[in-house]
Structure formats: C-alpha cells, structure tokens
Design a binder for this molecule. Sequence first.
Ligand SMILES: [Zn+2]
Ligand SMILES: [Zn+2]
Length: 350
Amino acid sequence: MRAMQIIEFGKPLEMREYPTPEPTGKEVLVRVTACGVCHSDLHIWSGEFDLGDGEVLRLADRGMKLPFTLGHEPLGTVEALGPDAEGVEIGNSYIVYPWIGCRECEVCQRGDELLCLNPQVIGTRINGGYADYVIVPDAKYLIDYTGVPQNLACTYACSGLTAYSALCKVGDLGPDDYVMTIGAGGVGLSAVHFASAVTPAKIIVADIDGTKRAAARQIGAYATIDNAEDGAVRKVMEITGGGAAATIDFVGRPETARFGVDCLRKGGRQIQVGLFGEKAQIPLPFFPLKMMSMIGSYVGSLAEMHELMELVKNGKVQPIPIEARPLEAVNSALDDLTAGHVLGRVVVKP
Ligand SMILES: [Zn+2]
Ligand SMILES: [Zn+2]
C-alpha cells in the first residue's frame, strides 16, 4: 500500500510503499476512499506548537517517531476483518472516528477516551489516512453516514465534531442568554449553523472579516461584531445587556482569548478551541471578581460523534464547500492551508 508520510518535520510529505497490514483480533482494515486535510495537520507537520514568548512544544520531545502518516479524517470501505471483529460488514463504507485512547484504562472504559494518558489517535499518534489503508482497532469506531456524500462526511469526525462538542459545553442556558463565538472560519460557521439544535441561547458571532460576518448573519447569527473595531467590547455589552453567558474562542490567539473574556458576564464561561498559539494576558482578579471560568475543548467524544451524525442526517448541519484532490497532491493542500487559500475543506482521494 502507498502512504504519504512526514519523513522530516516541515519538509514535503513523501510517498512510501508498505505491505498492506492484516487485521488481528478486533481490528478492521479500511480501504481509504477520502481523507480530509485539516488545519491541525499543519502543526503536526511542522512538528511544533507555538506556546508564545519563544516557548515551543516539540512533538519529537513527546515521543513522536518519523516517518509518520498524517490524516485523522479518513473514511472508507471495510476490506478485511480480524477474527474477533464484529458489527460491520466487508464492502460497507464508514467514517473512521479517530480520537481513540488505549481502550484499557479506567477513563477509556467509561467512554472518556479523549482523556486517556496513552492516546492512540489515528493520524496524530498512529499512522493515519493519507494512505491506501488504515487499521481501526475496533468496529465501534466506524460510523454510518448513510445519505451524506463521502467527501463531506469524512470532515465531520474533526471539524464538525469540534464545533459540536464546544457548543455542548456552554452550559444550561435559556433563550434570553447569549453565546458569542469568535472566529467564523469553517469550524466557527458550522457551530452557528447547528447552534439552535444544541442551545436555545442567542448566538453572536465575532470576526474581523466582513465577508465572514455577512456569512454568519445569513445563517442565523443574532448579531455580528468586528472584534478588531474600537469599542467592540462595549457593543457586545450593549447587545447582551451585561455580557455573554458563554464565549467560544475558535481562533485561539492572545487577542481573541482576551476579547472573549472581556465580553463575559458574571459567572460566564469561556471555551478555548482554536490552536493558533502564543500566550494570552488575562487579568487574574477577573476570575474571582467575575466568577468566570475558562475551559478547553478538543474535538469530541464517540458519543458526541453519534449525536452529531443524527443532526447531520436530520439536515441540521449545513454542508461546507469541499474540494477533492488525489492523494499525491496532499502537499499542495498543506501549502494552500498554510497560505490561507482554502475555503471549506480539501479532501484527498487515495
Ligand atoms: Zn482535524
Ligand atoms: Zn486509555
């Protein structure tokens, strides 16, 4: 089988040939027919996360070995089953839920695999979907997507799930409450699309780009705000009558994190999602004085994946623009993502 691999961090991926793996135990061999190219692939490809002030988190220091096959949004056809695999049939096509833990520890057993200390995530820890085949450790990670085009369906296990899980964390709010999302890119906009299916709160969308704000209004945002504009915080305070009950930072830059915190009402909660990087300055007295909290949200659980797919199948989730390219062209997709030239998602087709 072929795999497009990181041979050296930051250098173009290279095609390598390997024997096609044979599934053992409960494993399932999936022939990949589509795999989304994600912004977070750029971090893994570069081998580091910018923690700000010159501080860098290096994946090599955390035990990542090269060569490595990226691709955590694979979808494909079941090609072979291990002797103990059950629940899926050869020839059927599924989304691969990639956020898998060790499957043995206590947190994995109770379904919190994202909290596992020994993650086995497909495409970030275990070789992923920029390849002809992936091994999935258990059929329970294969998700039905009947009625959804496959090039679109593969993106739900990452961008759709990230938006859904973040929205699920806003808390128990009512129709008079406000949630402000910051960043109206692919993930941020999809959150606006299905927000009404998750929370009755009114959604305010902040973005510095007028085109994206217009897109957000078109899909049902209660109000939009230019967060780079002077007086933006005051405007949010006026609209909300004292601040948002929850803010979701889909960008993750120092200025977006601070903007969100400044727009929270007392008792409010900020959810950090974006991985842009660097350090934010948050005045510590705000925490007790505003009784505010900040939490992080990373992709979503297997249970949330099933909930999201129900919304998708019921037409609650607006499709995002998809552009298909051959597997060999994945480097061009990574370059275009780096340059910010991708609208929606590029999907590679092995
Ligand atoms: Zn992703
Ligand atoms: Zn575990």
